[in-house]
Structure formats: structure tokens, C-alpha cells
Write a protein that binds this ligand. Sequence first.
Ligand code: NAD
Ligand code: UDP
Length: 313
Amino acid sequence: MRILITGAAGFIGSHLCDRFIAEGHEVIGVDNFLTGSPDNIAHLMGHPRFRLIRHDVTHFLYVEGPLDAVLHFASPASPVDYLKYPIQTLKVGALGTHNTLGLARVKGARYMLASTSEVYGDPQVHPQPETYWGHVNPIGPRGVYDEAKRFAEAMVMAYHRVHGLRTRIVRIFNTYGPRMRLDDGRVVPNFIGQALRREPLTVYGDGSQTRSFCYIDDLVEGIVRLLEVEEPEPVNLGNPEEVSIRAFAEIINRLTGNPAGIRFLPDRRIPGDPQRRCPDITKARQRLGWSPQVPLEEGLRRTIRWFAERLQR
Ligand code: NAD
Ligand code: UDP
């Protein structure tokens, strides 16, 4: 296949590039390096089946030749990033989705949108199945991301219904692993960076809020499987093992041998921070035969090792 991936220099995008290259496909990556880094794809530069186009996908996008699949993964993804780039986040969800859909349509390519568990907002249904419509504050600080993705999903469904485009929507829950940016503000790089520097881990609030963390290799496997089936309705991909942020901090301190403990920062929680989040993955199990294989502590060990090497350098 000849596959175009937007957000190719980001955390998830770069792992997708690796997977498709390893399987013998040709990959065209598109990225403007807003939140990603050339380091994430440096090892692919010069590869005969990989090409990177530096481009902002909120502007018209065209490439020569056939395309079999377009994967739209470009978007700031961490709360710190999308609060820093609120307008870019809205634009890449809206205009970027429209441009990439248009490209997929002229090429007759399959299309996949990277959506998010944030479409469920601060959920009142738990765990969250795809049928849940969500609980989102459109004008809160997180609204720029949540509503961009909700608009993007609506746009993808419109292209599917009006033009018969073969579309997929993946609702990704918190995913972690090597190549996250140490300073992206998300809980995994924050905690691991602090633990490796022997600092106390900064827990926002009382740490009773929960998340469910999926290792990147598991997510990539689910994405590859979803691309292979015809499923236009959204599919959750994430790890249903739910953990409180406080317990998560304790795990990271134990795995790193960090003696500095936890520091509670009640005033630094971003308003609208969801209190609970856990995917219902029944649909992914049934449609894709998929479930996460990497246990939390194993994935964290691999991620800690990667961050430790980076910090040493
Ligand atoms: P990331 O910030 O590491 O990667 C995003 C990439 O998109 C970056 O390389 C950035 O430079 C690029 N980008 C942003 N705006 C662009 C534009 N206008 N034109 C071209 N490139 C642009 O984030 P990530 O964690 O890899 O997330 C990738 C996708 O997955 C995002 O769409 C995000 O919303 C979604 N997602 C991620 C998670 C997660 O836990 N990592 C969870 C839910 C959804
Ligand atoms: N969090 C925290 N300390 C940090 C960073 C994040 O306690 O240093 C919390 C944050 O308040 C949220 C959870 O960890 O409840 C996950 O935050 P993250 O930014 O990783 O992403 P989110 O899941 O909120 O999109």
C-alpha cells in the first residue's frame, strides 16, 4: 500500500510509520513539527519507501500518484499543548480533517481519523462505550480539543454518507511509550521525568481521578487491524485497566526507586479534567479480535528505560 500519515513526526504517527515501513508499505509522512520532532523519524530519512513532506495540513494538501490510505493523526494531543495552541488545534481538527478527506476522496483511498476519548468529555457513563454521546463543555479550556475532534468525527461521517468514502474513526484512550515529549505535560512523561530526576511527582488534585493507559505497540496493532476491516462507526482503542493517578504515581516511584514521594498540587488541575476515564473495548474485541497485550508495569519499564537513555544523553 501507499499510505499518507499526517502527524508523522509525532509520538503515535512515528510509530505508525515504523510499522507500515516494516510491513513493506510505502509511507508519505506529513508534519509541520508544531508539537512533533524530526528526531522521531530521523531513522527513516533516506529510506527508499519513506518520504516526509513538511506541510501544515490546515492548508490545501495534494500529493502526486496513487494513495491507498490516508491516516489523519496530526493534532496537538496533550492538554498543555492544546491549551498553548488552541486555534491551531481547532483548525487541524476542522480544516485539516476536511483537506485530508478531500485528498482521500480524489485518490479513492481509505481514510482513518485519530479521534479521542476526550469526545466523551468528563463522562457520566463508565466505562465509556462508543454509543455514549459524551459530556463536553464546549467553552471550557479543553473544549478546543474536544470539539475539534467531535467536529472532525461529524465531517468524516458526512464524507462516508455523502461520498461513500471508506472511513474509520479510532477513539484513542491515553497511550504512552517511547517518543513522548519529556515536556509535553502529560502525566506519563511528567512523572517519569520527575522520578528519574529524583523529584517528588506532581499529582494534581487528590489523585483520585482515573485513567487507563495503553502501551503504544498495542495501540498500533489495533489501528492496523481497524484499517483492514470496513467499520465506519467509531471504535475505542485503549487499555481497560483503570488506575487512579495517585496509584499511578506510586507505581512509577516504585519502578524507578524514586524516594522523593508525591507532591499534591490542588490548584494546578486544568478545569474540566475528567474524573474517570476507562474504555469499553467490547467492540474492538468483537470486530478486530483485539485486546491490549502489554501489562502496565511492563510498558512502563520499557518507557522508563527509553526516557532514562534520553536524559543521560
Ligand atoms: P503528538 O503531538 O506527538 O503528534 C501530533 C503531530 O501532529 C506532531 O508531530 C505535530 O507536529 C503534528 N501537527 C500538528 N498540527 C499539524 C498541522 N496543522 N499540520 C501538520 N502537522 C501537524 O501527539 P500524539 O500523541 O502522537 O497524537 C497523535 C494523534 O492521536 C492526535 O490526533 C491526537 O489527538 C490523537 N490521540 C492521542 C492520544 C494519546 O494518548 N497519545 C489519545 C487520544 C488521541
Ligand atoms: N496529572 C497529574 N500530574 C501531572 C500531569 C497530569 O496529576 O504532572 C493528571 C491530570 O490532572 C489528569 C491525568 O493526570 O487527571 C492525566 O493527564 P494528562 O495530561 O496525561 O492527559 P489527559 O488524560 O487529562 O488528557
